[in-house]
Design a protein around this ligand. Sequence first.
Ligand SMILES: Nc1nc2c(c(=O)[nH]1)N[C@H]1C(S)=C(S)[C@@H](COP(=O)(O)O)O[C@H]1N2
Ligand SMILES: [Mo]
Length: 248
Amino acid sequence: MTPEKYSANYNNFYEFSTSKTVLPEAAALKTKPWIIKIDGLVEKPFEIEVEELIRKMGLEERLYRHRCVEAWSMSVPWTGFPLAKLVALAKPASGAKYLQMQTFMDKAVAPGQRSFIYPWPYTEGLTMAEAVNDLAFMATGVYGKPLANQFGAPIRLAVPWKYGFKSIKSITKISFVEARPKTFWEGLQSAEYGFWANVNPAVPHPRWSQASERVLGTDQRVATLIYNGYGEQVADLYKGLEKERLFV
Ligand SMILES: Nc1nc2c(c(=O)[nH]1)N[C@H]1C(S)=C(S)[C@@H](COP(=O)(O)O)O[C@H]1N2
Ligand SMILES: [Mo]
């Protein structure tokens, strides 16, 4: 949904971001219990209910910049835990090179999934090195409250140095795999939304510039920063990968 539609319905981001304000389109999603499956190249595949996972992982808060591929941005105060902790819990085998994440598939809950044009369910992926970087975050809340359904309840990814579409919502499965997984948008339109999708002002989207961004809630456009300003923490992840399309 576009920021314009949100702001037409709600006074501010705080109001629509809290659990009190579930959008009618997202109300049918039942998040209790919520089972997450961990499988693939791990010591032993398992399933875990999200409340139990949160008890094991603990919660912390992170204020992250969020940069949409469509050139708008905002800051988001997430609650959650580093993805690295979940990777440690999963005990991946040495052959595991990537994480593939998947959301639920339920056409009654998400009528958009009835469309055959899209390769539902939504999937995303990260390299193991990206997943264990301290910035990669599993969010369970925002603005100090549990995520509202429309924001990816009960658990979603936040990778702030990448364009927002990488941050898959309502995760039900994480598979540790050897080959690079095909992501949802890559399958549809790889020229515009690739696997890496790192923020870079110097690499335009095929249909618009990424040089600057509109800051939601203000009239400002500001210059976009490489890796969305997180280069010090993540630039090293891409050494030796210069031949890849790192910024689309
Ligand atoms: N599970 C899931 N996560 C997802 C998506 C999706 O379709 N399903 N879409 C992605 C894209 S392309 C965008 S723009 C945002 C949309 O988030 P919004 O509905 O809060 O605007 O979620 C991202 N994460
Ligand atoms: Mo999107």
